[in-house]
Design a protein around this ligand. Structure first.
Ligand code: DON
Length: 586
């Protein structure tokens, strides 16, 4: 009791209005709502918007909207263009998830084009002779690649929900690969930083560095003629241009030479799954998001359900009281993730239970709003009520209210760093998203068990969370982020910033974020939380530290979001946390 008094006294002294007001039951109107809207303005448009991590790719999508295409046409054009201009994560050799909202049918489809474990994959394939996970093999070998899904996913999305021919939608990507594009400061910086990873592989070194081995500089032109040939094969033959024929031959030859697993049979067997999305509500808005094999959608809904029980708005954005409640909620969600989430075709994921309001209430009841519960005292639910470095996200909205939220990846930045010689594309290392050994964390520090063990044909559990929000039955928001395990919490906070704190989408994107994933038992924050707030949280027993600057954790996600405002204006927000992003509207 004494301890709690001390906390609330400190809170009153330090953050005045927000926490103190809440503690004393002051009426909401006395707490000013801080929205930051005057400092940060979104990109405005009326007819359509594409927000992605690279300008040429956003403009490729926008050109489809201007040509009369719909959001899916634009998304597929952006997806193929990113494979050329944003090789860190844009890809042909990886996989991902696309959420499509069709306004005329008022229907959302979740397209799962996640990589599949090749037929030769086995449960213990990454366990070394010493009984521990062989990280080099799990991260940087040919065996780390799952059978790619991106090409089939993008092509099928276009066939089923687009309006323009594949060749037209792929034309910008082919041009960018064949004629080249101007290297940005961001790409120069990235290619310089990742030299070791890419130069270990002769094909990748040849594609991304000059003949003398030096990196391209900003302002210079990067041409990718082999990639252009592959893109042309796809434009001419559809997905068969990648999964069959000479491109497939080259991929399989690369696998054979490097000891990888992907065969012609695996490529032939690759299937895209169209899954029903996860739905939830928060304060009357509808959340429609990605189902398993992503964990993101389940946990976004689960966390919003828990948080709905508190008046967060009147605690103040990023106040200690707010952060504490959100962090405690995150711990429970990530604990459940470790046990209950996996590929639904192989493991019965209890989606209904995890996303139920009742289960959320039971979590809320366990949370002490004044004191941190150490992660060691939090376990995944043993019994439920009846019933996953560089990735990239883009969002599209068209004039008719159709939306796309797409997140796809090679897993690490430039995947496993290996390219397919002659075909110009990089390979993923998504097999590390499986749980190679129970209790042994993956590259993102995520723990897992049986639900996410390796098996032939299975899809590794993901954190990618492409998400829509609907308000009054109308499309309102499309969002998503890269960031490995941090994705779910980044998306959660952007949604809360818009829905709970009424921020415009650019402000909601820019304000500082925080992250807790159960283990390690630590809140990572971005710079920008006051020292006072951090001290209060520490006083409540939270382990809080700045996400290391210059390291991978220095930013928590890079969101690309679009909001349709009640007056019909489309607001786009490309996250400034990484260079080169661009919201293109008209
Ligand atoms: O699917 C996943 O959860 C991971 N492969 C995503 C990796 C990622 O976001 C790396 N990011 N910045």
């Amino acid at each position: 009791m004494k301890f709690f008094n001390k906390i609330s006294l400190a809170a009153i002294a330090v953050i005045g209005g927000s926490l103190a007001g809440f503690a004393q039951g002051v009426q909401p109107s006395q707490t000013p709502l801080i929205t930051y809207d005057t400092q940060f303005h979104p990109t405005l448009a009326k007819n359509g918007m594409v927000s992605s991590q690279e300008r040429n790719a956003s403009e490729a999508g926008l050109s489809m909207l201007k040509a009369g295409g719909n959001a899916v046409d634009a998304a597929v054009a952006t997806g193929f263009a990113l494979a050329v201009t944003h090789p860190q994560a844009g890809n042909l050799g990886g996989g991902g998830f696309m959420m499509v909202y069709l306004r005329d049918q008022d229907k959302t489809i979740a397209i799962d084009y996640r990589e599949m474990a090749p037929a030769g994959a086995t449960r213990d394939m990454f366990i070394g002779p010493d009984g521990n996970v062989d990280r080099r093999m799990a991260f940087f070998s040919h065996k780390s690649s799952g059978t790619p899904g991106s090409v089939k996913g993008l092509v099928e999305a276009l066939e089923q929900y687009g309006t323009l021919p594949l060749a037209q939608v792929m034309a910008p990507a082919i041009k960018l690969a064949e004629e080249g594009f101007v290297v940005s400061w961001g790409l120069e910086e990235s290619l310089t930083r990742y030299q070791k990873r890419l130069k270990g592989n002769a094909a990748a070194a040849g594609y991304f560095y000059k003949a003398d081995g030096s990196p391209y500089h900003a302002g210079e032109i990067l041409r990718q003629p082999d990639l252009a040939k592959t893109l042309k094969a796809i434009a001419a033959n559809g997905a068969a241009g990648f999964y069959e024929g000479w491109v497939a031959d080259k991929l399989v030859a690369t696998m054979k030479a490097g000891g990888g697993l992907i065969t012609h049979a695996d490529l032939k067997a690759y299937t895209v799954k169209h899954r029903p999305p996860i739905e939830g509500t928060f304060r009357g808005v509808k959340i429609v998001t990605m189902p398993p094999p992503s964990s993101g959608g389940v946990h976004i809904v689960q966390m919003l359900n828990v948080l709905e029980g508190w008046d967060l708005r009147n605690m103040g954005h990023n106040s200690a009281a707010y952060i504490h409640r959100v962090v405690e909620t995150m711990k429970y969600a990530y604990a459940d993730r470790s046990k209950w989430l996996g590929d639904p075709d192989y493991f019965d994921v209890p989606v209904k239970a995890l996303t139920s309001k009742g289960y959320a209430a039971s979590i809320r009841a366990k949370i002490n709003v004044n004191k941190a519960t150490p992660s060691t005292e939090i376990s995944p639910a043993t019994k439920l009520p009846e019933e996953s470095h560089d990735t990239t996200h883009f969002s599209v909205m068209d004039k008719d209210g159709n939306m796309v939220a797409n997140t796809y990846t090679l897993n690490f930045t430039y995947g496993n760093g290996m390219a397919v010689a002659g075909a110009g594309f990089l390979l993923n290392n998504e097999m590390d998203d499986f749980s190679a050994k129970p209790g042994s964390p993956n590259a993102f520090g995520l723990l897992g068990g049986e639900a996410n063990s390796i098996a032939a044909g299975k899809r590794p559990l993901s954190s990618m969370t492409p998400t829509f929000v609907f308000k009054d039955g109308k499309p309102f928001m499309a969002t998503g982020s890269p960031g490995g395990s941090r994705i779910i919490n980044a998306v959660l906070q952007v949604v809360l910033n818009v829905v709970e704190f009424d921020m415009n989408v650019q402000a909601a994107t820019n304000v500082p974020r925080f992250h807790h994933q159960w283990f390690p038992d630590r809140i990572f924050t971005e710079p920008g939380l006051s020292l006072d707030t951090r001290k209060i949280l520490a006083g409540m027993g939270q382990n809080i530290e700045l996400a290391p600057v210059g390291g991978k954790l220095s930013v928590l996600g890079t969101t690309q979001s679009i909001v349709l405002t009640p007056n019909g204006m489309i607001h786009g927000a490309s996250d400034p946390r990484r260079p080169g992003g661009y919201a293109a509207g008209y």
